[in-house]
Design a protein around this ligand. Structure first.
Ligand SMILES: [Cu+2]
Length: 111
């Protein structure tokens, strides 16, 4: 049985929310807090393409310069860059961090 009163629960939420928000903002994606634009290059496999939303999901290899392990994640991409991609394709790509969003600047079929 929970002993948390409604007031206690409210207080807990009030205190926890800012911490939770800060945690989400950090995304646990390595040390990308630096405001400067960070450019990186890696290789991966295309999982999904959403041209309408300007998004592509890629399972990428580690990115040592950003301290990222291998992972599956979404990248922002311009239509002219995503139009030649296919799901399942292996790609080499460059991207920059715009805040917490990874934006692909160049992408080609991996050899
Ligand atoms: Cu990632």
């Amino acid at each position: 049985m929970k002993k948390l009163t409604p007031y206690g629960l409210l207080a807990a939420l009030f205190v926890a929310t800012p911490l939770f928000a800060g945690d989400m903002a950090g995304m646990k994606m390595g040390d990308t807090a630096d405001a400067a634009v960070q450019s990186a290059q890696t290789t991966g496999v295309v999982n999904a393409i959403d041209a309408a939303k300007g998004k592509v999901t890629i399972t990428h290899e580690p990115v040592p310069s950003l301290n990222w392990p291998a992972m599956k994640m979404g990248f922002k991409i311009k239509p002219e860059l995503s139009s030649n991609l296919a799901v399942g394709q292996k790609v080499d790509f460059d991207f920059v961090m715009e805040g917490r969003v990874a934006v692909i600047t160049k992408i080609v079929a991996a050899k």
